[in-house]
Design a protein. Structure first.
Lengths: 115, 110
């Protein structure tokens, strides 16, 4: 089966600009996650969707970050306006289950550099 | 919330030797513990996982052990090969929430 797809793979922007990332999860996977991975650290959850509803967005900086999951399939993550500290890899992951204890499959990530 | 600590942060071993990475977690309700391997420029890939009703699981050269009482779990790689060089992350999960360790950079020296 096809894996989790993400685009773009790389993005360089200046601070205060806007940027959007796209994720297409594995077909049939109900749960979708967006993580932020700063260099040298583990992934940190930003937002979790179950189908097209938000399950957890407690660590999403809502003043500048937003995300949606279109029709319970694809998802976009937006940053507006970007700050220098947003430079990181943004990982999308999906899992089949809505009940937990299920494997997450990660995409290749989008590497964002804010200048 | 859950707090996952991972040690060591870097590990170098000779090819053929074993490597051990250890993680501790704080929330006794966590019940699923996956390990991921992340190669440069790629997303994390699941290599092995263990559930709270099991104490040990093995898959070829990779094994994971879980001590629920002490709230720690470990990854063991035997007969290491240069292609095992990567960053390894542990994670603890309850429900659909995953909490990751800070990663271990493993270098296997030929």
């Amino acid at each position: 089966e096809a894996g989790v797809a993400q685009s773009p793979r790389y993005k360089i922007i200046e601070k205060r600009q806007s940027v959007a990332f796209w994720c297409n999860p594995i077909s049939g996977h109900a749960t979708l996650y967006w993580y932020q991975q700063i260099l040298g650290q583990g992934p940190k959850l930003l937002i979790q969707f179950q189908n097209n509803g938000v399950v957890d967005d407690s660590q999403l900086p809502k003043d500048r970050f937003s995300a949606e999951r279109l029709k319970g399939v694809d998802s976009t993550l937006k940053i507006q306006p970007a700050k220098l500290e947003d430079s990181a890899v943004y990982l999308c992951a999906s899992s089949r289950s809505t009940s937990g204890r299920e494997t997450q499959y990660f995409g290749p990530g989008t590497r964002l550099l804010v200048l | 919330g859950e707090n996952v600590e991972q040690h060591p942060s870097t590990l170098s071993v000779q090819e053929g030797d074993s490597a051990v990475i250890k993680c501790t977690y704080s929330d006794s309700a966590s019940n699923y513990f996956p390990w991921y391997k992340q190669e440069l420029g790629k997303g994390p890939q699941l290599i092995i996982d263990i559930r709270s009703n099991v104490g040990e699981k093995k898959d070829q050269r990779i094994a994971v052990t879980l001590n629920k009482t002490a709230k720690h779990f470990s990854l063991h790689i035997t007969e290491t090969q240069p292609e095992d060089s990567a960053v390894y992350f542990c994670a603890a999960s309850k429900g659909n929430q995953f909490y990751f360790g800070t990663g271990t950079s493993l270098t296997v020296i030929p």
